[in-house]
Design a protein around this ligand. Structure first.
Ligand SMILES: [Zn+2]
Length: 443
């Protein structure tokens, strides 16, 4: 489904809710996260813009930080909503004392690949309509290792499934298709070597195709297909299938079952279920084209996830918006290890899952915390700063990275400083532990 790009004039700065559990009101964003992201403000519109926005790891980290904690910072370990930025770029939780980085517990968890390389991979993955293969990515980024490119793409594929995404609704076509080599002598649903893919396609009324869901299923029994329908389609929707017996119990699961019985030789499936068969042929073409048919069965679901992500955003005119969506989901996706990527539950033949060779990392650029962190800024309201009193000051500086920040009074500004004095604690509404640590604000 295409996402409308709302002109920037419509996203009037509206101070949104402050964050924090204890009434902390420190930063306010100029527009609501629910408002459609704006090209050139929230995401880069072109490669030139991408290059200028994400020239180093700090800029990437800053963007991820914004994407991940846009509404409220939460300690990834204990869930507390109050923490303090540290000079090393991490945040310390006020509740459990754990220090965490922006990339902790995301797909970038403990990555040794520079974030600039990750971002470039995300850009190349989304800027082309057909995506990119691991080999293509390795070449275009000049990576020393195929495995690095492969693992990055696979981690992004994990992030392409948004947790809690809405199920399809309205009228939905459901059928299975088979991907893999030709199998001689097999007819209908009999197959031994091909992978089975369950497909659900939503009607976009009055005509056309809406969203899709794809799942690799081990067989075409009701035990495999009914859970797929339940996960993909909202109960109460009309589900159109062929006469296959696995679907007979659909009406018992709260669906309106529109069963179209095909007679052998008449009404071929692409007439009865045209949308499913269109999606299936596009899927096969994509697997053969972009990935040269080299997709292993154990990793098929990851490719299905990518195809779904692309297909459901096919009407999006701004490719940068896909980049934004991908990173937005990557910033909240659970981390996954290389071993987890290789071994998929249900894999029958482990030799398919073996790594394609030695693993090597590209040359890593040393991580530097942003140079402007910890730099004292004069207090805009004339409050005496700690530096003026010869003590430590932790400055608060909001950089304009794709959006405008405003201070708690609603005044747009790029810099603001506070100190640890009681006046400022009171002003900021912080009622945490006393002392200097209590007053270090969020960046
Ligand atoms: Zn914590």
């Amino acid at each position: 489904m295409g996402e409308a790009v709302i002109p920037s004039v419509l996203t009037t700065p509206q101070p949104t809710a402050a964050f924090g559990q204890s009434g902390v009101s420190i930063w306010v964003r100029c527009h609501d996260a629910a408002v459609a992201p704006v090209g050139g403000v929230d995401y880069p519109r072109s490669y030139a813009e991408f290059r200028s926005w994400f020239s180093d790891d700090d800029a990437c980290l800053d963007y991820l930080d914004w994407l991940r904690w846009r509404e409220a910072w939460r300690c990834p370990a204990c869930g507390a909503g109050l923490g303090w930025p540290l000079s090393n770029g991490r945040r310390e939780c006020s509740s459990c004392g754990r220090q965490t980085s922006t990339t902790a517990r995301t797909i970038f968890h403990r990555t040794r690949t520079p974030l600039t390389v990750w971002f470039a991979a995300a850009w190349h993955m989304t800027s082309q309509k057909q995506g990119i293969s691991a080999l293509g990515l390795q070449r275009v980024l000049g990576l020393g290792s195929y495995q690095t490119a492969w693992a990055m793409l696979h981690r992004f594929r994990v992030a392409m499934v948004r947790p809690g995404r809405e199920r399809l609704s309205g009228r939905v076509e459901v059928d299975e298709s088979y991907v893999g080599g030709n199998e001689e002598g097999a007819t209908g649903r009999e197959t031994e070597t091909k992978a089975r893919v369950a497909i659900a396609v939503e009607f976009d009324e009055p005509k056309g195709i809406g969203r899709i869901r794809l799942q690799h299923v081990l067989d075409v029994s009701g035990a495999s297909l009914i859970p797929f329908v339940q996960a993909a389609v909202e109960p109460g929707s009309t589900v159109r299938t062929d006469g296959w017996q696995a679907y007979w119990t659909l009406s018992e699961h709260g669906y309106v079952h529109d069963r179209v019985v095909m007679r052998r030789g008449k009404d071929p499936a692409h007439v009865v279920l045209p949308n499913v068969h269109l999606v299936a042929s596009l899927l096969k073409r994509w697997l053969l084209g972009t990935h040269q048919g080299a997709v292993q069965v154990t990793h098929l679901q990851a490719y299905l996830n990518e195809f779904t992500f692309r297909f459901n955003r096919r009407r999006s005119r701004a490719r940068g918006l896909l980049f934004y969506r991908l990173l937005e989901q990557a910033a909240v996706a659970e981390p996954i290890t290389y071993r987890q990527l290789l071994v998929t539950p249900g894999a029958k033949r482990r030799r398919y899952a073996a790594p394609p060779g030695e693993r090597r990392n590209p040359s890593t650029w040393p991580y530097r915390p942003p140079s402007d962190r910890g730099v004292a800024q004069p207090d805009p309201d004339g409050y005496p700063t700690l530096s003026e009193r010869g003590r430590e000051i932790v400055a608060l500086r909001w950089r304009r990275r794709g959006c405008i920040w405003v201070n708690p009074e609603g005044v747009p500004k790029s810099t603001i400083a506070v100190d640890s004095g009681a006046v400022h604690r009171q002003r900021l509404g912080i009622d945490g532990p006393s002392g200097a640590a209590a007053c270090r604000p969020f960046r």
